[in-house]
Design a protein around this ligand. Structure first.
Ligand code: FE2
Ligand code: FE2
Length: 466
């Protein structure tokens, strides 16, 4: 059974949850670096020290939540609603004026109007975290030693040095570093708003010259993964919203513009309209295949697996047992360990316990049993659920990684060693991207921000093959 090691971090007492402090959190750790992230910060003079490394991040503008709410004429007004005042909305009346502005707390600005269909449109903006004068940000501090505990010491103008927490780096597997690759997933080019009812909008995209948030998030994630040192980037599906040819060609163009080679598999969102997605993506130079295919890096065989259901009405995965066997054979043929890349995670229980459903249990069992027998030194890297999780099946390690374009907005890096590998999931830190992904934290009444990140050990861990 593969041996898994995880990093650790502990916030100093009272942090990062104090509303008055600079709320620094450790998001990613590997053997020699730590990524720190915050939802708000002091305005100037930011300074963070970890070991001998010092960073002076520049404070970014506050993030602004842009929300719209639709409700039918004459219906009782919605209650609560993200702290927005609902102007003129007495019980059962609806709003009579064509446009009303009101205040909904600090930094909020709310408008209400009817559209031509008679729908009442309530929309508003609100500063996401008004307790801090500046917005979300992130910094990576490198040059740390493996398996070592460090104090995270921060300060800013008007904020004396304080201990934000302590972090312990990962012990890497023994042997030389042979290769680095990265993964992006759930890109959803074409998506225009986020949340269960699509209520969270991207204010930046309304500015002239700005790209939609899925485009910004993917472009920045590819650039950051390449700068990190990836030799190859795999895109793990859900490249588009509904797979129009325009969305597919945009996805293909951006993936093809990556400074390092990109390989892709499809997700359930890439098969909705019977568009020939392979032809559109191949026109951009992105290869796709229906059957499993393998490529070899130094020290690792990567097996790319298509798990999309042939019927576009199904969002769950599909991997016939014969295809699962083929995956295991491909992995087993290599003299090296294997990483199996697929969109849908395997279902680990007879009945799905997590939404959205992955590969059905019987098909998952066939894949996992065959893989455990033919190539026990395997990691499965999946997407689809827009969250970060790690679990195991016998000797196999299974990792789900989060979407590029919604909270926390990540890409995954893999360092391949002679005796194992390290996974590190980092937030995409470009200011116009982290500003957007922070706002999506508020989806599902804030539950999205608790659900999607997973624990540090879900995102960052070392695997030593046995
Ligand atoms: Fe997705
Ligand atoms: Fe999906």
């Amino acid at each position: 059974m593969a041996q898994v090691t995880v990093p650790r971090w502990a916030p100093a007492a009272g942090r990062p949850f104090s509303r008055r402090a600079w709320p620094i959190e450790v998001f990613a750790v590997d053997d020699n670096s730590v990524q720190l992230a915050w939802r708000g910060s002091p305005r100037a003079g930011l300074r963070i020290e970890v070991g001998g490394g010092v960073a002076h991040p520049v404070a970014s503008p506050q993030a602004e939540l842009v929300v719209s709410v639709y409700r039918w004429r004459g219906a009782p007004p919605a209650s609560g609603g993200d702290h927005y005042e609902q102007p003129g909305s007495g019980p059962g009346t609806g709003v009579e004026r064509p446009e009303v502005r009101g205040k909904g707390g600090p930094g909020a600005d709310v408008r209400a109007r009817r559209d031509l269909a008679g729908l009442l449109h309530l929309s508003g903006t609100r500063v996401l975290d008004p307790a801090w004068p500046s917005g979300p940000g992130s910094v990576v501090i490198e040059g740390l030693s493996p398996a070592t505990t460090y104090d995270i010491v921060a300060s800013a103008d008007g904020l004396p040095k304080f201990l934000a927490g302590r972090v312990t780096t990962v012990q890497p597997p023994e042997g030389r570093l042979l290769a680095q690759l990265a993964a992006v997933t759930d890109i959803h080019i074409g998506e225009k708003h986020f949340g269960i009812w699509g209520r969270i909008w991207d204010q930046a995209a309304l500015r002239p010259g700005s790209s939609p948030y899925p485009v910004r998030a993917l472009t920045a994630a590819l650039a950051e993964a390449a700068a990190w040192g990836a030799d190859l980037i795999v895109a793990k599906g859900d490249l588009t919203r509904i797979a129009t040819s325009g969305e597919l060609s945009t996805a293909g163009r951006i993936l093809a513009s990556s400074p390092v080679p990109v390989e892709a598999v499809l997700g359930n969102h890439d098969n909705a309209l019977n568009v020939d997605m392979r032809a559109v993506l191949q026109a951009s130079g992105i290869r796709l295949s229906w059957g499993p295919r393998a490529l070899d890096l130094p020290g690792l065989r990567v097996v790319l697996v298509n798990t999309v259901h042939a019927d576009p009405r199904y969002h769950s995965g599909h991997l016939p047992p014969a295809a699962g066997l083929e995956v295991a054979e491909l992995a087993g043929e290599a003299p090296t360990p294997a990483m199996v890349v697929l969109h849908h995670p395997p279902e680990m229980h007879r009945y799905p316990t997590v939404y959205p459903p992955g590969i059905p249990f019987a098909e998952s069992t066939a894949l996992l049993e065959a893989l455990a027998a033919r190539k026990p030194d395997s990691l499965l890297s999946c997407g689809h659920r827009h969250r970060n999780r790690r679990y195991s099946h016998g000797p196999l390690v299974i990792a789900e990684t989060g979407s590029t374009k919604d909270y926390p907005g990540v890409w995954a890096g893999y360092k391949v060693y002679e005796t194992g590998l390290l996974q590190v999931v980092r937030r995409t830190s470009r200011p116009d991207v982290i500003n957007w992904t922070e706002t999506t934290r508020r989806a599902m009444n804030g539950q999205w921000g608790r659900w999607s990140p997973g624990r540090l050990g879900d995102r960052c861990f070392g695997v030593t093959w046995q």
